[in-house]
Design a binder for this molecule. Structure first.
Ligand code: ZN
Length: 120
């Protein structure tokens, strides 16, 4: 796939924004394992594939993983250290239940993202 320098720069920026390493676009692997960070529901609202589901042998090309990241699929497990929009929401709700009188929620920027490096 031939892409322009601008498209490549934009794609890199979007991947980094999703939590991928700066080098992903240069060092990607042909096959990746992704984890669901968001329940997949059928049209009647039943969960057909829950958070944490592991999906193996998916293509690792940057364009593909970027699209998947928008849908809540990332190459690291969901959890408290993840800064994706779905995990952040779950953690915020858990904290609200645990500390109902807390006035301010911990800010998202205070948490460190699990930057993915395919070589680590
Ligand atoms: Zn997440």
């Amino acid at each position: 796939m031939a892409i322009t320098t601008k498209e490549r720069t934009d794609l890199r920026q979007e991947l980094v924004g999703q939590g991928y390493s700066w080098n992903y676009i240069d060092e990607w692997q042909p096959k990746v394992t992704l984890f669901r960070h968001r329940d997949l529901k059928n049209p009647s609202g039943e969960v057909v594939s829950p958070v944490g589901t592991k999906l193996e042998n998916l293509p690792g090309n940057p364009d593909y993983v970027n699209k998947k990241a928008r849908m809540g699929l990332y190459p690291w497990r969901p959890g408290n250290t993840c800064t994706c929009r779905w995990c952040v929401r779950v953690v915020a709700e858990q904290e609200k239940i645990a500390r109902p009188n807390a006035k301010t929620a911990p800010s998202r920027s205070a948490r460190i993202g699990p930057y993915y490096n395919p070589n680590s």
